[in-house]
Write a protein that binds this ligand. Structure first.
Ligand code: KG4
Ligand code: ZN
Length: 352
């Protein structure tokens, strides 16, 4: 089974082709990602209208390249998948409409995939991880701990009450005059900084519910920066290192609470899986590796390029859904908001 996956929910235009292996995992035949960072950089964040237009201009060519690199034609595919949300609606419409058009002309099944589900299932593409597992999803828009019990069967154990972790990285970077997106630039600065110089808060740590709060930490960074300004390059590096160290502590404490909460909704997790753009952070990856060693849980973190937004994860989620007969008709709608756990109360920030 081979599926084309299209991703256009934020600021990456992506198209990929993934094949299902006999052992149940997947092989990525091509994985094209075109970042729009340069177009948004001057604005310090993603501008929805610019994103939508850039997706329109890039998507057709990108799909051609993905097909060519896989050595396939549209007729060789078994289905077409696109992320149908959550995300910026203009961009989502571009990808979903493209997928609908391709499905219509080729008469192949269409899979309207939840972008968060695509992040959630990537570890099955790369490592064939069996259900159930604990998922730590950390992106620019979402920060959640979820029990993944099956395709379409997610229990949200915890979420952020304010900012997402990626958002906290992005806002901290902006505050300190660093480039967009913030995560990679904060990580780069943190490398040469002193993580012990500023005593920053670790919000929510110690609480039994595996929820997150990041806005107080971000504010603490701002207050420290205002106290010592003007900032030298060393100050910036030390603030980044101290911020990142606080985030790492928060993530480990909250994941520990998540493991405990998991036992109430499912059997022992087969693995702890980290996903989303923030999971490409080296310090966070190392801390999770240490934590997994201590607790004896198997850790699976997809390669950094499969943690940030990509088409392969959408193609894989499409393969999983197609295998279960979960296809969509051409009337399926794009969804700006689309929680994975539909039973969970809306989070306080209104995003999940
Ligand atoms: O999953 P993703 O690519 O897009 C969304 O669905 O949001 O995640 C993007 C987020 C951004 O907030 C970005 O700053 C963050 O992931 N990010 C990182 C790193 N690389 C990307 N955060 C921390 N460290 C990184 N190395
Ligand atoms: Zn994402």
């Amino acid at each position: 089974m081979r599926v084309l996956g299209i991703e256009t929910t934020c600021d990456e235009t992506a198209a990929a082709i993934v094949e299902l292996n006999a052992d149940g995992g997947g092989t990525i035949l091509s994985n094209e990602v075109l970042s729009q960072i340069a177009q948004h950089a001057a604005f310090g964040g993603v501008v929805p209208e610019i994103a939508a237009r850039a997706h329109v201009e890039a998507i057709d060519g990108l799909i051609d390249v993905a097909l060519a690199k896989a050595g396939l034609e549209l007729a060789d595919l078994d289905g077409i998948a696109a992320a149908a949300g959550p995300g910026l609606i203009g961009g989502v419409l571009v990808g979903l409409t493209t997928a609908k058009a391709l499905a219509l002309v080729t008469r192949k099944p269409l899979m309207a995939v939840n972008h968060l589900e695509a992040h959630a299932l990537t570890a099955r593409l790369t490592d064939n991880v069996p259900f159930p597992y604990l998922l730590l999803l950390m992106s620019g828009g979402h920060t959640q701990l979820l029990a993944v019990r099956g395709v379409g069967d997610y229990v949200r154990l915890g979420t952020t009450v304010d900012d997402a972790i990626g958002e906290a990285f992005d806002k901290t970077a902006k505050m300190l005059g660093l480039g967009y997106p913030g995560g990679p630039s904060v990580e780069r600065e943190a490398w040469r900084g002193d993580a012990t110089r500023f005593a920053l808060p670790r919000p929510m740590t110690g609480r039994p519910n595996p929820d997150f709060s990041l806005s107080g930490l971000k504010t603490a960074v701002r207050l420290e920066a205002e106290r010592i300004k003007p900032l030298t390059p060393t100050d910036v590096a030390d603030l980044c290192a101290s911020f990142q160290a606080a985030v790492v502590d928060v993530i480990i404490d909250r994941t520990r609470a998540g493991l405990r909460a998991f036992r109430q909704v499912a059997d022992r997790p087969t693995a702890l899986v980290a996903a989303g753009g923030v999971a490409s952070n080296g310090a966070i990856r190392r801390a999770l590796t240490r934590f997994a060693g201590e607790t004896g849980v198997k850790l699976v973190i997809p390669a950094p390029e499969l943690c940030t937004d990509n088409g392969a994860m959408v193609a894989w989620a499409g393969i999983e859904r197609l295998g279960l007969g979960l296809t969509d008709d051409l009337l399926v709608a794009a969804r700006p908001r689309w929680p994975l756990d539909t039973q969970a109360e809306p989070s306080l920030n209104g995003k999940a």
